[in-house]
Write a protein that binds this ligand. Structure first.
Ligand SMILES: Nc1ncnc2c1ncn2[C@@H]1O[C@H](COP(=O)(O)OP(=O)(O)OP(=O)(O)O)[C@@H](O)[C@H]1O
Length: 252
């Protein structure tokens, strides 16, 4: 293992500032810590910097200033560190088709751990566990493109879980799901024993899954508090272009 320091923090983002090559500053000194096992929602209007921040977590972007640590490991651009960081940070993209490209569900889930060198029974166990965690074991031999969108999203989650990540990062996990698939995915995510960072515009979903929410706006963290407190603050929500669906009242 490369310089692993045992820590109770899955994520430790300190003073991250990032300017895109065209000079646009998308992050202005972001601090964010996520203790291991917590579930945190990352909220904010379009253009707030949420994607930019997520791309720092697995080293796709390197901060102009500041630092990112994942499970104690500093994210640096050298190859060995990046490989370990990408195993630790499992990103589930909004479109599952970005993550599923092999003939069967089981092969897609095996792809990541096989790349880590797992073989035989050890690999089979990883695949079985990940598919069971998302309730997709019975679909293991099917072609991903023949599954429903909700099922494909669950398989995309499994491909990441099979890597035994330190933190699962979900980009808009409830988008394009019907009410039943949305609820089923929430139940699955709530039962996973992993740290979770969920980027979402779906405030009821944040309330359902995450005790804590962070609002990013204009490249700055403008609120970090219990989700129910944030969602109960109409002035704060309006100031940051966040809206609850009509008739929704946050319930403890
Ligand atoms: N490649 C780029 N070059 C220059 N500016 C960029 C680039 N990508 C994003 N930006 C800018 O950085 C800011 C943050 O964008 P980002 O995509 O991180 O926001 P976001 O919160 O994820 O938005 P959304 O909710 O719409 O996905 C925006 O002002 C955006 O225009």
């Amino acid at each position: 293992m490369i310089g692993v320091v045992q820590t109770a923090l899955s994520l430790d983002v300190r003073g991250v500032r990032y300017a895109y090559p065209d000079g646009h500053v998308a992050l202005h000194g972001v601090d964010l810590t996520v203790p291991r096992g917590d579930r945190v929602a990352l909220l904010g209007p379009n253009g707030a910097g949420k994607t930019t921040l997520v791309l720092h977590l697995n080293g796709i972007l390197t901060p102009t200033e500041g630092s990112v640590r994942v499970g104690g490991l500093a994210v640096t651009p050298d190859r060995a560190t990046l490989a370990e960081v990408r195993r630790r940070v499992g990103i589930v993209f909004q479109d599952p088709d970005d993550q599923l490209f092999l003939p069967t569900v089981a092969e897609d889930v095996a792809f990541g751990p096989a790349n880590l060198g797992l073989r035989g029974a050890e690999l089979a166990v990883r695949v079985d566990e990940a598919l069971a965690a998302v309730g997709m074991s019975e679909h293991r031999a099917r072609a991903p493109q023949h599954l429903s969108f909700g099922q494909r999203r669950r398989v995309a989650v499994a491909t990441v879980l099979a890597m035994h990540p330190e933190i699962l990062v979900l980009d808009e996990p409830s988008s394009n799901l019907d009410p039943a698939a949305r609820r089923e995915l929430a139940e699955i995510l709530r039962g996973l024993p992993v740290t979770l960072l969920m980027v979402t515009h779906d405030l009821p979903y944040a309330a359902e899954l995450c005790d804590r929410s962070v609002i990013l706006d204009g490249g700055r963290i403008v609120a970090d508090a219990p989700t129910l407190d944030l969602l109960g603050n109409e002035t704060l929500l309006a100031r940051h272009r966040l809206e609850l669906p009509y008739g929704f009242t946050p319930q403890p």
